[in-house]
Design a protein around this ligand. Structure first.
Ligand code: CDP
Ligand code: MG
Length: 833
């Protein structure tokens, strides 16, 4: 323990010396210009304009002149033919009719809650109304409006739209800022940003100096960041009486928010939509022709049986009905198509939806229905891409002269997004396969048909087992209504729900807020870094507070990894972690990678864990894909396999062969590019913190030392460890908390019959039926002992407790000796640095 605590001291001291004043460095981290190379500057909106060396009168004059300029620009634009058309469109939106009432409410109240149907013009119009009225007033060009969006894709697309409505280039008056990307200039008065960006701003500027309006959009989604932001803003309001807060929701449940803000007024924008004809599964089955004869098999599987069940067992209803639907879909699916395509039941994926049924519906729409785009709601990126592949091979749906097939999900590139909004050529049917991102935050104008699978991937968190789960689960009634509503925006539409009416009736009214169903570690760190006092006390003031157990788990975790001390204060390590926009464990890896001069592979590992899995496993080519991944593996580590894959890609990319390389190796080119740019972002953050200097060579002297890299990975992933138990032919795994666990099938370690290390550290465990570990790396006893737990905290006892029987092992003299000598080496390493 003496030695251990000395090592900790070194490391703690080292960190504090290197980074200088942490506040300084937070400033730098925020104002650093974007690494993506776009014309982003962080000056302008957030900071006050340069202190003007003029008198008060002169300053007012300057602001007045700027207002006049902005006003005449707009007048000029609105008189042009294009501008007139745009204005006409804006005036046709329901929000426009409420303009005066909205502005009045905002000027008279510090907090206003606005609700209105998706597409009524909340996001694009309300910030503009405020901007325009400010420009008209004396305050004029001084206003700075921030409008937050839960997702980067909506922040970007909305800012583009608003700039276009004002006849401007993006980055003039209207701009956006999301992680890694931004467009804004000195004269930007209206900024769309992700909620995370505003939270990071609050880190350096608690009072939001210079900001006049904060608009929090899509509050009905009840995302964790938004819920958190609302508590912080609520605390800020009394000290900033001039600041206006506007909350916008696509659903009518505004009372909760109103009472949270002491009875703030609610304004509703009455909407108009065309009628949408609704088809539930029973109607769809009827359409396929299988419901017609009473002795038909579908009847057995389908409607009758389901209705009977409904009456007989009301308490067990939901799960039984769910399996009945699956049976029904399976049957419909299979019978419709097996005769034509010879596909077997194995292509049916019960976790997703009946692909065949969707294909059938799409075909039907393309062949028989009136013009109009189709929006298909799927659960996630993986089933979108598998369905897209399937449809592309279809004779009608894959014919690009007739069908424009697009995907819409959170991680797509910005260039891809634009296509979604464009009108296709005449005679071409646009089909958009989307996640629930298209439910409220993105409006695709020309949608007339909606197909709704009824499920969405939702992270949930089991506080008792301290295990996050990511499962497709049934959506809420409100979500189903939103999805249906997307069909009736331009003319009467049709909506196909791929589940029966009785399942819809069993849906929950609303979805559970994210803060109640996800792990809270990063949130707790944020609370601490914003100096908001006790974590539990702060969270007890949330709109809906998370379970006490969940909060305790998060705090405990942060203590184990050394980010919080016993008194729940941020440690030096903890403060560093709040700067790095990644999960705490990944932040730890980056910091240690920098200190131990093996940064390059660690950058790849961390970036790889922050993006969607770059190793693709198409359902029908699973074996090939897994074999492709295995060729990158040599050392029982998924993380190191990724490092190899990335290095190969980088070489290929240099010769312009990046795509071919990805194609051959079942890698996602998009993820590879994302990894590339994240690596650059992390690198410049680390430079700002002073942890690495600009000479990238010095921080890589040990990059090829695979043992050291493994150790740094272990340092980050601890306490995610499981022990490897060998038997005659293979091995099994178990963790302290869960007992036996399994590896994800695409882990390189599943292909091994023996793992010559006693432990695996893993990135994530997910409970599906059993507990599965994703991305693992094998480590030795000594590495775990030296790098597991917090070196900074020196919690040897807790550590050994975690390892259980490992204690005895440690007592063996030769091991103890090895430990001592390794620890000495480690110490030397730190001293030399
Ligand atoms: O926020 P809310 O759902 O109330 O509506 P919005 O996003 O402000 O969109 C208002 C209208 O602008 C929509 O009905 C779309 O027709 C149009 N819009 C568009 O054409 N292109 C965009 N990128 C965004 C909106
Ligand atoms: Mg909106």
């Amino acid at each position: 323990p003496g030695l251990q605590s000395r090592v900790d001291d070194y490391l703690g001291e080292y960190l504090s010396q290197k980074s200088g004043s942490i506040e300084n460095f937070q400033d730098m981290a925020f104002s650093r210009s974007s690494s993506s190379g776009s014309i982003a500057t962080d000056e302008g909106l957030f900071e006050q304009p340069d202190p003007l060396p003029h008198s008060k009168a002169a300053m007012e004059n300057i602001i007045w002149r700027r207002s006049l300029q902005l006003r005449s620009q707009q007048q000029f634009w609105q008189e042009s033919p294009e501008g007139r058309k745009m204005l006409e469109f804006r005036r046709s939106l329901p929000a426009y009719k409420e303009k005066d009432a909205l502005l009045m409410a905002i000027s008279q109240n510090q907090v206003v809650i606005i609700s209105g149907q998706t597409g009524c013009g909340k996001t694009t119009q309300i910030p503009q109304f405020i901007l325009e009225s400010e420009i008209e007033s004396v305050r004029g060009a001084q206003c700075s409006i921030i409008c937050t969006q839960p997702r980067r894709i909506s922040a970007i697309s909305v800012s583009e739209r608003v700039a276009a409505e004002r006849g401007e280039i993006l980055g003039e008056t209207v701009g956006y800022k999301v992680r890694l990307e931004g467009m804004k200039g000195r004269d930007t008065h209206l900024l769309f940003c992700t909620t995370g960006i505003l939270l990071r701003r609050l880190l350096v500027d608690r009072n939001l100096k210079g900001v006049t309006h904060v608009i929090v959009d899509e509050i009905h989604e009840r995302g964790m960041n938004e819920d958190f932001l609302l508590i912080v803003l609520k605390d800020l309001l009394p000290s900033r009486p001039e600041l206006r807060l506007i909350l916008m929701s696509a659903t009518l449940d505004a009372e909760l928010f109103s009472s949270f803000f002491g009875g703030a007024p609610m304004v509703h924008i009455p909407g108009f939509t065309y009628p949408v004809q609704t088809h539930f599964l029973e109607n769809i089955l009827e359409m396929t022709g299988y419901m017609l004869t009473p002795d038909n098999q579908i009847d057995d599987y389908g409607q009758e049986k389901m209705w009977k069940m409904n009456k007989q067992a009301p308490r067990k209803r939901k799960s039984q009905i769910a399996s009945a639907v699956e049976d029904a879909l399976r049957a419909a699916d299979f019978m419709e198509y097996s005769s034509q395509t010879q596909e077997s039941l194995s292509c049916w994926n019960p976790d997703c939806i009946g692909f065949n049924l969707i294909e059938y519906l799409l075909c039907n729409i393309c062949e028989k229905e009136r013009p109009g785009a189709v929006l298909v709601f799927m659960t996630g990126w993986d089933d979108i891409s598998s369905l897209k592949e399937k449809l592309q091979a279809h004779p009608i749906l894959g014919d690009t002269s007739r069908v424009l097939l697009l995907a819409c999900h959170g991680s797509m590139a910005s260039s891809e997004q634009r296509l979604i909004f464009d009108k296709p050529e005449d005679g071409v049917r646009k089909i958009v396969l989307a996640t629930n991102i298209a439910e409220t935050s993105i409006t695709i104008n020309d949608v007339v048909f909606v197909i709704d699978c009824g499920k969405a991937k939702e992270t949930s968190y089991d506080a008792l087992n301290n295990t996050p789960c990511l499962l497709p689960s049934w959506i809420s009634k409100v979500s189903a209504q939103q999805r249906r509503g997307r069909a009736g925006r331009v003319r009467p539409g049709e909506c196909y729900h791929l589940y029966p009416r009785c399942v819809y009736d069993a849906f929950a009214e609303y979805q559970l807020p994210e803060i109640l169903r996800t792990p809270l570690q990063s949130l707790c760190l944020q609370i601490k870094s914003l100096k908001l006092g006790s974590i539990s006390e702060f969270l007890s003031r949330a709109l809906q507070s998370p379970e006490i157990l969940a909060v305790q788990n998060a705090i405990e975790y942060l203590k184990i990894i050394g980010a919080l001390d016993e008194k729940e204060n941020l440690t030096v390590l903890g403060r560093h972690l709040t700067i790095l926009p990644v999960e705490p464990k990944l932040g730890k890896m980056l910091i240690l990678g920098a200190i131990f001069n093996c940064l390059d592979p660690i950058l790849t590992v961390v970036a790889g864990l922050s993006v969607r899995d770059p190793f693709l496993t198409p359902l029908d080519k699973k074996d090939l894909a897994e074999a492709a991944k295995a060729q990158f593996s040599r050392d029982y580590s998924d993380h190191l396999a990724l490092v190899r894959a990335y290095e190969g890609w980088k070489d290929a990319e240099r010769d312009l062969g990046g795509y071919d390389y990805c194609w051959k190796n079942f890698l996602s080119a998009q993820s590879m590019k994302a990894i590339d740019s994240l690596r650059r972002e992390f690198c410049s953050l680390l430079k700002d913190t002073g942890l690495i200097d600009s000479n990238s060579y010095t921080c890589n002297t040990w990059s090829y030392d695979e043992h050291l890299v493994r150790a740094v990975i272990c340092y980050g992933l601890y306490p995610g460890i499981c022990s490897v138990v060998h038997n005659e032919k293979s091995f099994s795994l178990k963790t302290m908390e869960d007992g036996p666990v399994l590896l994800y099938s695409n882990s390189v370690n599943t292909r091994e019959s023996k793992i010559p290390y006693p432990w695996l550290v893993f990135n994530e465990k997910i409970k599906v039926n059993s507990v599965f570990l994703r991305d693992s790396t094998a480590v030795s006893d000594s590495v775990l002992l030296l790098f597991g737990g917090s070196i900074l905290k020196g919690d040897t006892v807790g550590h050994l407790k975690m390892l259980g029987g490992y204690f005895e092992f440690f007592m063996k003299p030769d091991i103890a000796e090895m430990y001592q000598s390794l620890r000495r080496e480690l110490e030397e390493l730190i001293q030399n640095k």
